[in-house]
Design a protein around this ligand. Structure first.
Ligand code: TGC
Ligand code: FAD
Length: 390
């Protein structure tokens, strides 16, 4: 029984009361989906190294694919609502949030921002309905932190382009009907839409991951793939275009990490109340209370950061540096909470019967992708000092 009865331990500062009716509806409908359809299957998916592709039509029905875009059947939700979608999905599993992040922010977002009218009309409605799946190929095997050093090349061939090279660690890579592929050209970095089945284009699943096991992660290879100039994203004319796509996905992670941390703390609170040791519930011991209080302190700070960055985003003031600070903070916070909660469960905490270890392992990836912790520190460091130290 909490000391202040109306206090939700997972929302200590009552962020919920800051949400509009529409935002509450989004949170509750996605939360219900996660409780009913994600949580019952996700541990098995993690164990089997399998993305639950059968959930895609349901996510489409709920309007979760491209939810913040305004046209082509998309819901045009505000930043907080998009954040809440990510938070609830990642309360289930980072892999499900990641599917939606890539589909919505990285692929639909790139096409919406940089695509031609024909490209938008062809892909955005289909992707919104879950009839087409996308992936986003920026990272290469030799060093994801420095995408400016990409080796994938596109060369003009008459009116067409020939693409050669490869991308690594690509979410949704084997499922995707279309890949947004970033390549260097004689004219600078350009983005292309490469479709499944094109001659010379192949994808291969990366196995043996111990993190994000319920996600489809792949290597893409391009062996002289010929695409027409209509497959080029006409508005994407430099590396900045590719990097700008990351902001929305990083923003989603800021909120998603809160969801993973909530799941772990919720579980640890229940476990500490029910587990009896030395003749009393674990939750009656000072050290456990101190650890639970510390997790609550960190979670509350992360929730407030997520809420504030959404507000800044609505005002057009969520600069890349501000998003970096929040991504770095909230993922590190969630990772630390997950590890500590895993430990409070003792040996039980190492099994997939509980959530903590799955979230803890997933968050190792979340800390690395969309810019590593160090890269985000360096982005903030550059903003503070005016000097790029990476
Ligand atoms: P740099 O010279 O700093 O920048 C080139 C131009 O781009 C601008 N810029 C950005 N613009 C918008 N948004 C951003 N986030 C931007 N970051 C940079 C910059 O202002 C500059 O513009 P201009 O006008 O001056 O030309 O470029 P650099 O090559 O030195 O890069 C700097 C660095 C390290 C920050 C960048 O390379 C970086 O962010 N690296 C991390 C790479 C990364 O995050 N990759 C993510 C791949 S996708 C993924 O992981 C998906 S995971 C699945 C999921 O999301 O669930
Ligand atoms: P590296 O860049 O090799 O970095 C290695 C280490 O060096 C890190 O600790 C890093 O912080 C540190 N480091 C790097 N540069 C510096 C420096 N200047 N100073 C100090 N330290 C430095 N990419 C996509 O394009 N699309 C996707 O869909 C996608 N999905 C992913 C899914 C998963 C499961 C994973 C694990 C990754 C995914 N990525 C994706 C790739 C991800 O963005 C990269 O892993 C990430 O950007 C880091 O690149 P890297 O792994 O090559 O590490």
């Amino acid at each position: 029984m909490p000391a202040i009865p109306e206090t939700d331990p997972l929302d200590f500062y009552d962020v919920r009361s800051l949400l509009s009716e529409e935002e509450l509806l989004v949170r509750d409908s996605v939360g219900g989906f996660v409780d009913r359809e994600v949580l019952p299957v996700i541990a098995d998916c993690f164990a089997e190294h399998r993305f639950p592709v059968e959930l895609v039509p349901r996510m489409a029905e709920l309007g979760l694919l491209g939810a913040s875009l305004a046209d082509y059947g998309c819901a045009g939700l505000n930043s907080t609502s998009y954040g809440l979608i990510c938070e609830e999905l990642e309360r289930g599993d980072s892999s499900v949030r990641s599917f939606v992040s890539v589909q919505s922010s990285l692929v639909m977002g790139s096409i919406d921002a940089f695509g031609s009218d024909e490209q938008k009309a062809r892909w955005l409605p289909a992707m919104n309905k879950g009839e087409a799946i996308g992936c986003f190929g920026l990272t290469e095997a030799h060093g994801g932190s420095d995408p400016g050093n990409m080796k994938t090349r596109a060369r003009r061939a008459g009116g067409d382009w020939r693409i050669s090279g490869g991308k690594f660690w690509i979410t949704n890579g084997t499922l995707a009907d279309v890949a947004v592929v970033w390549a260097s050209t004689d004219e600078g970095v350009r983005g292309f839409l490469v479709e499944r089945g094109m001659r010379g284009f192949a994808s291969r699943e990366i196995r043996n991951k111990f993190s994000l096991r319920a996600s489809d992660t792949a290597e893409l290879s391009f062996d002289d793939v010929r695409v027409s100039d209509e497959a080029r994203l006409p508005g994407a004319t430099n590396l900045k275009a590719a990097l700008s796509c990351l902001n929305q996905a990083r923003f989603g992670i800021v909120w998603g990490a809160v969801g993973a941390a909530r799941a772990c703390l919720d579980e640890a609170l229940a476990y500490a109340s029910s587990r009896e040791l030395f003749g009393r519930p674990l939750s009656h011991t000072q050290l456990i209370q101190s650890r639970l209080a510390d997790a609550t302190r960190r979670l509350t700070a992360a929730q407030l950061m997520a809420w504030r960055i959404a507000e800044l985003k609505e005002q057009g003031r969520a600069t890349p540096e501000r998003v970096s600070l929040a991504k770095r903070n909230n993922v590190r916070t969630a990772l630390d909470i997950a590890r500590d909660c895993r430990d409070m469960l003792g040996a039980a905490g190492i099994t997939l019967d509980h959530h903590a270890i799955r979230h803890m392992l997933n968050l190792e990836t979340v800390n690395t992708y969309e810019g590593t912790e160090s890269i985000h520190d360096l982005i903030v460091g550059r903003a503070l000092t005016g000097h790029a130290a990476y």
